[in-house]
Design a protein around this ligand. Structure first.
Ligand code: NAD
Length: 323
């Protein structure tokens, strides 16, 4: 099996979902490192505005397409980062069939492209495959605690299926694949209304509105700054490890503490308001990143205060520009 690591050079990458939050940062970093990048996106939850600064750059191509219908790409491809999928609960609860289809049919098309081009494919899986975990922190060999018919099942099971399919393409067709299980990531280009805790809190704090904390806020999250996530994904792309490998930041905080830190970072005097907890909302979430450190030499570097500061700065500018 040929690996990018052996090749030791930049090549041509296809990023599905490249107009989304994580995908746009991946496109940007790959281009900066000398890669040619083809982004495939149907703008279901992403937007070409996330890539506006890359348009017209030599080596960058944006193709408007639904990867459940078409993943045809002309010419050589060395790497596929399969990131297309609604990712926030607000999105996948509104788009249940689209979420299941992109995780199943979309993943199979991406894998078929990898097989055809003899490219390495990295699948963006998720910590949600662990469901509401009974093992804490979560190592990769924990099988998870998922309710297939709960509201979140459309996302969790799509990703579990995508992992199984990726593994089957590797064992059956010898496709060079890697699976990353991404834990909650935050940073610039998240959408203010995507429903995830950090953009919601920042938007509310900047607008002087109450910060809506679910339940009593004692549930925990471990959040990773997007620049660290990009390094982890690209380390997986350059490795020949099949994964799954957890990519996330193990430093764990309660949701209430995250809200308080957002208040401090924005200098907002907004109150905290406790609201109803969503169904099947996980109680705890924290990656065991031992494997990522061992096989990828990766660990998160950006401290929470710094990542939060950069994110608040971006939201402040983006929200002022759109006001
Ligand atoms: P996002 O919604 O910002 O980006 C997803 C992108 O996929 C969007 O641009 C959307 O338009 C595109 N897309 C969706 N369906 C498509 C289709 N059928 N054809 C083509 N494009 C399609 O979400 P994100 O936060 O950037 O997440 C990207 C990936 O990372 C997802 O696969 C998600 O499951 C995974 N992930 C993200 C996180 C996180 O914290 N952000 C955590 C775990 C896993």
């Amino acid at each position: 099996m040929r690996t990018l690591h052996d090749a030791g050079r930049a090549g041509r990458a296809v990023v599905t979902g490249g107009a989304g939050f994580l995908g746009s940062h991946l496109c940007e970093t790959l281009l900066a490192r000398g890669w040619q990048v083809v982004c495939l996106d149907n703008f279901l939850t992403g937007t070409p505005a996330n890539l506006a600064h890359l348009m017209g750059r030599p080596g960058f191509e944006l193709v408007h397409c639904d990867v459940t219908e078409n993943t045809h790409v002309r010419g050589a491809v060395d790497l596929i980062l399969h990131f297309a999928s609604p990712a926030s609960p607000v999105d996948y609860l509104q788009l249940p069939i689209e979420t299941l289809r992109v995780g199943s049919v979309g993943t199979e098309r991406a894998l078929a492209l990898a097989r055809d081009k003899e490219a390495r494919l990295v699948l963006a899986s998720t910590s949600e495959v662990y469901g509401d975990p009974q093992v804490h922190p979560q190592p990769e060999d924990y099988w998870g605690h998922v309710n297939p018919i709960g509201p979140r099942g459309v996302y969790d099971e799509a990703k579990r299926y995508a992992e199984a399919l990726t593994t089957a393409y590797r064992s059956t067709y010898d496709v060079d694949t890697g699976i990353v299980r991404i834990f909650n990531t935050y940073g610039p280009r998240m959408r203010p209304y995507d429903g995830r805790a950090i953009p919601t809190f920042i938007r509310q704090a900047l607008a002087g509105e109450p910060l809506t904390v679910a339940g009593d806020g004692s549930q925990t999250r471990s959040v990773c700054y997007v620049a660290d996530l990009v390094e982890g994904v690209l380390a997986m792309a350059a490795a020949d490890h099949p994964g799954p490998v957890n990519i996330g930041n193990p430093s764990e905080r309660t949701v209430r503490r995250i809200a308080e830190d957002v208040l401090a970072a924005t200098g907002s005097a907004s109150p905290i308001e406790l609201v109803e907890r969503p169904v099947d909302d996980p109680e705890v979430r924290r990656p065991d990143t031992t494997l990522a450190a061992a096989v990828l030499g990766w660990e998160p570097r950006v401290p929470w205060e710094e990542g939060l500061g950069r994110t608040v700065e971006w939201f402040d500018a983006a929200l002022s520009a759109s006001a």
